[in-house]
Structures are given as structure tokens and as C-alpha cells.
Design a binder for this molecule. Structure first.
Ligand code: SF4
Ligand code: SF4
Length: 187
């Protein structure tokens, strides 16, 4: 008989606990977004697809050294280049198969020229598999329309070689490394 009463008590306790959880969540602020109408502000260090960066004249910084392609763990970077009359390498093609990219950021880490960075582009759904191979022009175009400041644009967050802060001038000193997310960023 005692065992029956114990089971009844446990059942009632369980129901009460469940309702407490329900009531607690009923009055919480919603944590969901009305995406895509409302878009989340991405935290610093977000890694979307890697993209190619350009200088102020819009010329790609990539020297076609192919280090990133060699270091990519899943071998999704394809580069081809030729040498000009001065024996200097000229980039012809730079493709990334983003369907297989794992957004590890190694390509951006190993690039000695600050020519590739992890972007904040993460909406990659497409109906055609071929379109998930991003070519040089597409990667460069995304790299030029940097949405946020450089600190929110890649895993490299300091140093003039990764591009000046938007408001910085050539005469101003290199900005100090930032460690906190931009105002308003969600944790
Ligand atoms: S992105 Fe950087 S590492 Fe990759 S080929 Fe260009 S210069 Fe070399
Ligand atoms: S982010 Fe990683 S997986 Fe993607 S291209 Fe760069 S090195 Fe390769």
C-alpha cells in the first residue's frame, strides 16, 4: 500500500514540476527571431564562408602562393595562376566549394598576406550544387562589400595588415585589439 501512495506522490510532484517549468517559460522574453525579417547581429569571431579581400583600389591581395589551398583540411580550395613577363605569379582562378567547407578558418589563419578572411555570410542554400562553388569574382565581390567593421568580419581581429578600421586614416596608429563584441551584439 505504501508503494502505491509513493507512486501517486511522485506522479503528482512530476505534474507540478512540469507546470512550474511551463509557467516560468510562459513569461520569459522570446529568444526566437522573426527571421528573415529580423536578422541576428552576429557575434565577433563569427565564421561564415572565407572570402577574398582587396586593397583600397579594389585589387585582390592574393598572391596565388597556394598556401591556403595546401593547408585546407578538406581540400576545397582550387587555385590556378600563371607567371607574367617578370616571373610574378598572377592569379587566374580561385574557387572554394563552400558545400564542403567546414568554416574552420585555417585558410585565413595561414595566409601571410591577409588576402582571405572569414566573412559573415552564412546563408548558402541554393537549388543548384554548382552554385556552391564560389569563384574568384564572387568571393572578391563579397569581400569588398564588407557588411560590418573588420573586427566582426573574421577571426583575425587586429593588426593593420588585415585592413584598417573603417574610420581610420593612413596617418592614424594601428587600432588596438578589441575583445568585446560590438554594442548591441547578442551573446
Ligand atoms: S589567399 Fe593567401 S594563402 Fe591563399 S593563395 Fe592567396 S595569398 Fe596565398
Ligand atoms: S575555412 Fe577551412 S575548410 Fe573552409 S576553405 Fe578555409 S581551410 Fe578549407
Amino acid at each position: 500500500m505504501m508503494a502505491v501512495w509513493r507512486q501517486v506522490a511522485e506522479g503528482v510532484t512530476g505534474v507540478i514540476k512540469g507546470h512550474v517549468v511551463t509557467l516560468r517559460n510562459l513569461f520569459r522574453r522570446p529568444v526566437t527571431y522573426r527571421y528573415p525579417q529580423v536578422r541576428p547581429e552576429l557575434p565577433v569571431g563569427t565564421r561564415g564562408i572565407p572570402v577574398l579581400l582587396s586593397d583600397e583600389e579594389g585589387k585582390l591581395l592574393c598572391t596565388a602562393c597556394e598556401v591556403c589551398a595546401r593547408e585546407c583540411p578538406v581540400q576545397v580550395i582550387h587555385i590556378s595562376a600563371h607567371r607574367d613577363e617578370n616571373k610574378k605569379k598572377v592569379l587566374d582562378e580561385f574557387d572554394i566549394d563552400v558545400s564542403r567547407c567546414m568554416f574552420c578558418g585555417i585558410c585565413a589563419e595561414v595566409c601571410a598576406f591577409g588576402a582571405i578572411a572569414m566573412s559573415d555570410v552564412y546563408e548558402l542554400a541554393d537549388f543548384e550544387q554548382d552554385r556552391l562553388i564560389y569563384n574568384k569574382d564572387r568571393l572578391a565581390e563579397i569581400g569588398r562589400r564588407r557588411r560590418g567593421p573588420i573586427i566582426n568580419y573574421g577571426i583575425k581581429t587586429e593588426g593593420p595588415r588585415y585592413g584598417p578600421e573603417p574610420a581610420a586614416t593612413a596617418a592614424s596608429p594601428a587600432p588596438a585589439a578589441k575583445t568585446s563584441p560590438p554594442e548591441g551584439a547578442k551573446p
